[in-house]
Design a protein around this ligand. Sequence first.
Ligand code: Q9C
Ligand code: ZN
Length: 518
Amino acid sequence: MISPACKIEVPERLTVSHEALIKNGLADRCVSVPVREATDADILLVHSEEYLEAVKKTPYMTLEDLKEFTLQYGDVYFHPNIYHCAKLAAGAALQLVDSVMTGKVRNGMALVRPPGHHSMSSAANGFCVFNNVAIAAQYAKQKYGLKRVLIVDWDVHHGQGVQYCFEDDPSVLYFSWHRYEHQKFWPQLRESDYDSVGKEKGAGFNINVPWNKVGMKNSDYLSVFCHVLLPVAYEFCPDLVLVCAGFDSAIGDPEGEMCASPDIFAHLTHLLMNLAGGKLCAVLEGGYNLTSLPQSVCQTVQTLLGDPAPRPANLDGPCESALESLHCVRSAHRQYWSCLKHAGIAVLSDHFSNEQRRQQCEQHDDRNLSIFRKTVLVQFSSKESEEQKCKYYIPVCLKKVIDASGFLQAVLGLLLPLGYEYDPSLVLLVRMPDSGVCDSVWQQLTGLLQGLWSVILSFQEGEKERVAPTASALLGDAAPSLGQLHSPLPEDVEVLERLRHRLQGDWKLLQTTGEFTT
Ligand code: Q9C
Ligand code: ZN
């Protein structure tokens, strides 16, 4: 054993995870893909020759030399076997990319050690030797000619290695949330803050969400997905989604100290599964609580297999600190993403307090909308309707419902968070014959909602040809990609912002700004 040995990044992380997959009957439902060692050429896609040559020597070093070698890097431990393991970890990610890209499997997860997202071109760091996911992204672009790759890093640490690798590269969109505490938390980098948005051509393609408090919960995570990541990801339109799947962002983790439950990963996974035609590769990063780690892994794999996600508990809205981060990130990126164009403009011709709004809603209920008390009706249309003040009847009047980007924005930023908070036992989707919403958008909507809730679809007479594509989404097929979306109409964005602003007193998951702005 090398001393000091790492106390938390231990082999049991993999054994308990694998055993849990077996015990829950999930391993049997998966296709096992044989691992290979990453080649020098693979590793050089991200790392420097000097660094690779140095790591290559580690299996032959004396323990004394290894200790000294280790000391030049931060928070990393070299064992004589680690070079071999690191080649297998990166190689496993590449095997997974190959299997997904060739259609051998729809999606998958690579359970690997050592992790990768902290390692840099010429440096090991934070338990990481080679940057498995960064290598996988470069490899996928090169081998399959992919134009756009999305990397979602839900590990609780900032994957600074991934950020550095793609900072000026607009073909890779990197999203990371991470414990930050105003730069007090490891790795304590200025560039982990929300204002590092990418450089030069890559400006806008690096999204950092700093958590400035510990104890973030399911609501905080879902809010950031609904109001930042998903709208931007749909606008980006990736050909492949890679996940830096660290589970130290779950409850009980000694590093993260967050409070999200393991079943939140079922939702995070589900929400990404309709991007890129379903091509998603998750690669294990951190996760050090040997009880919550295997649970989180099982939630992720079970969702990748197509099982419905369990209802997340306690969606009581994001905390003030999360709202502040959300607001800062959306503002920092509004110049790059049309879906965020109106972000941060908090005050929109609405001078009612939340209390006044609630009273109005109740009055309205008493008059003629009482049937909506146990039902929420969200109605998309292009017809102007009188401004409603009721919490349960939500007319969304878009100039052009037919416009995929405006409609999608309404689904991600309004319908999803509302659904999460309302937690319906049943969702009835009614498609009007003249709605103008095209099949692929309809498939996205169906795919997003089913798996979260029980969905019933209703078709009108003469809509037979609509049934097949929608049924395929219901059966769990990933919806086809919508293509790169043009900007939604400014009027529509404004309508949605105003609607969200009106409703956020009653529906906390619709909030994107906190009290700090007023
Ligand atoms: N010396 C991953 O989760 N902890 N790496 C530093 C202060 C380092 C985490 C504690 C944590 C590295 C992949
Ligand atoms: Zn981590």
